[in-house]
Design a protein around this ligand. Sequence first.
Ligand code: PBG
Length: 324
Amino acid sequence: MAFPQTRLRRLRATRTLRGLVRETHLESADFVYPMFVAHGLDRREPIEAMPGVDRLSIDHAVAEAKEVAELGIPAVLLFGIPAAKDEEGSGAWDDEGIVQLATRAIKEAVPQTLVITDLCLCEYTSHGHCGVLRPDGSVDNDQTLELLSRTAVAQAHAGADIVAPSDMMDGRVGAIRQALDEEGLSDTPILAYSAKFASAFYGPFREAADSTPAFGDRRGYQMDPANGNEAEREARLDVEEGADIVMVKPALPYLDVIRRIKDQTGMPLAAYNVSGEYAMVKAAAAAGYLDERATVLETLTSIRRAGADIVITYHAKDAARWLQ
Ligand code: PBG
């Protein structure tokens, strides 16, 4: 018999049939939209390498949060651009700090939207590293934990629904959990950036957040892109310390890591489709090399198929419109 008896193509014949057997679904309910908030009024500053994403003053951020909610996107992730920076990054835990102010304003205007706050010091430190420095210029892990804990408490008191530590210090999830619990904030979940790789794909973000390290790089605390076993260890430790959701970041170059961590932990998993991944698609689409809509939907579907429950992406608003 020359012809195959099994015909997989039978199930591809019509759009309806393809829909019936589809394994992975992409919906606006899976997305988190990241936003950059800054002080001032009526400010909207474009970010060069991220067309369509701007730094927003709080009034614009509130308007954008409303738009996001109307598109069926359940959550925003806030990054702050402080007015001033210092050695310790004190703007991170200031009750009047930019993220705390923006959180209060968004929760008041759009209470049903989940506000997730990025929890790190690099946007607030004058040197741009994610923790406090020792005299020799290296990051002091344990001293940083204290400042991160303070920041988590300030964010949760301002109304953050979820705090998301992205610093990669050892022991931070446990320290933050304990600090929140001691303040009566035991219902605030932690979304841990568990496997965060030292990646070239953060370039546009660092321009946006003005957080490029003044010297050195982040390889002393972020992960080596070569390591998958270590990513599993990072995620396992975060879960033991009390993480409620784990994250892999970036997404596309690490789809295998998403799958491994999902299988290994069984935890709710978020993948961060980062600034450089967004910039690549936008640049290729602007040049006419790629069809933006098809590329974005395929990309986001692949991240879900790899095992992500939640996709954090700058494409969220466009994708939500295309999926309507
Ligand atoms: C830092 C942080 C980074 C991103 C989110 N939080 C970058 C970095 O480590 O420099 C990157 C996000 C993106 O590229 O979209 N705490």
